[in-house]
Design a protein around this ligand. Structure first.
Ligand SMILES: [Mn+2]
Length: 407
């Protein structure tokens, strides 16, 4: 049994043994879908929080944290004696009572979300729970994950359980529209309705939220597009575009940033007032991530999250200038060109070079020469690309050497 598998089994036992318990989950599609999984499988009460607020919780109860908690595991450990965290946000360290794909070497940003990980826990309780697999898929699609490779298990279970036919969920509607409806409910602060939709109730009411969402989203997007030249000017010399505009709908900031980052191929970071302070949503694209961008790391100290999507919070407007300076400097360092030189001692360097010459024609930012019993490599460019280049070259050298040994 793999360590991840062991963690899933152990978590399923812990939850079964600690009923009834309270659940704290995040107010987005993934969090709400995970909350719906909790009430479908266990005797529990679900609390939806937009930011983890431990002081509002009854610390005497067993608490399950969903889609949050990884980066606060120390704080949680100090305040609560009985708890479990099921999350997929990357963090510098994970507590012992955390089930997080990243902890087991699985890409939690792209391969498993909180709801799909939680479904895998629930599935360990018995095959009768397979019909809940659709909720894991809803969470995954809500977090923009793909079905392949790991969420495919959920897809298979949903088909087997007869809840998914092609892309049609429960013989009634499209899975992708279902996800959009839940998302619209969450964004429009109708989280209970979002949960209801997940539990297959009130779909028509949810659809009206989607209509509102689409209308307001397009209006906000148009508003930002109209002042785009000004936004570009204000951000001259910066890696990312920072947009501070109270005319847009704060809850749509993340999705607006996603759309703009994709259209303009730059990280987009939207700042907006929310009663308690300044809420910040940052989005990048996978191409930017490949170049080295990691928004979660760039936001450290102010917030955190994934490489491609992260959030932060400032208590005071006075902090905005500092936030922008620090974040942009970090982003700059992440993608500023680097130069790496390697000296690999090998027997028969010229033979190895032949293999390398064949395999590495695609690179134009690398120099490889054989010198005596050494292969000298110089690679330059953006850190992400250089890392991939070096990894490829090392793999080629190793395979060339083992082939030559075999001959
Ligand atoms: Mn999530």
């Amino acid at each position: 049994m793999s360590e991840f598998e062991e963690a899933l089994v152990e978590a399923s036992r812990t939850l079964q043994d600690n009923q009834p318990f309270q659940v704290v989950t995040h107010g987005d599609v993934d969090g709400v879908a995970a909350g719906a999984l909790a009430v479908s499988a266990f005797d529990c009460r679900v609390i939806i929080q937009k930011r983890l607020a431990l002081q509002n919780l009854d610390s005497s109860q067993f608490t399950l944290f969903l889609d949050m908690g990884s980066s606060q595991s120390r704080e949680i450990e100090e305040r609560l004696s009985q708890y479990l965290i099921i999350d997929h946000h990357p963090s510098p360290d994970y507590g012992p009572r955390t089930v997080n794909p990243w902890k087991y070497g699985i890409d939690g940003t792209r391969e498993l979300c909180a709801a799909s990980t939680f479904y895998l826990v629930i599935k360990r309780l018995g095959d009768e729970f397979k019909r809940l697999s659709y909720l894991g898929l809803v969470g995954a699609l809500g977090d923009r994950q793909s079905v392949e490779p790991r969420n495919a298990e959920l897809w298979k279970d949903a088909v087997e359980a007869g809840v998914l036919h092609g892309t049609v969920l429960f013989n009634a509607y499209e899975l992708s529209e279902f996800v959009q409806v839940v998302n619209a409910c969450c964004r429009n602060s109708k989280k209970e309705l979002g949960m209801d939709v997940c539990l297959l109730r009130n779909y028509q009411q949810g659809k009206r939220e989607l209509e509102t969402y689409n209308r307001v989203f397009e209006r906000d997007l148009q508003h930002l597009t109209d002042k785009w030249e000004m936004i570009i000017r204000e951000n001259e010399g910066r890696i990312s575009l920072y947009i501070y505009d109270d005319a847009i709908t704060r809850k749509y900031a993340g999705e607006l940033a996603t759309r703009l980052a994709r259209s303009y191929e730059r990280p987009v970071i939207i700042l907006a007032h929310d009663g308690e302070g300044i809420k910040i949503s940052g989005r990048a694209t996978s191409a930017l991530v490949r170049k080295g961008v990691h928004l979660g790391n760039a936001f450290q100290g102010f917030g955190g999250g994934h490489d491609v999507a992260a959030g932060a919070f400032l208590e005071d407007e006075d902090m905005i200038e500092t936030f922008i300076q620090v974040t942009d400097q970090r982003l700059h360092r992440m993608i500023a060109p680097v130069r790496v030189e390697l000296d690999i001692p090998v027997k028969d360097a010229s033979q190895v070079m032949k293999a390398l010459a064949v395999d590495n024609k695609g690179y134009d930012t690398v120099d490889i020469v054989a010198k005596g019993d050494h292969i000298l490599v110089t690679a330059w460019g953006q850190p992400g690309t250089v890392k991939n280049t070096i990894d490829d070259i090392l793999a080629c050298v190793i395979s060339a050497l083992s082939m030559m040994e075999g001959e």
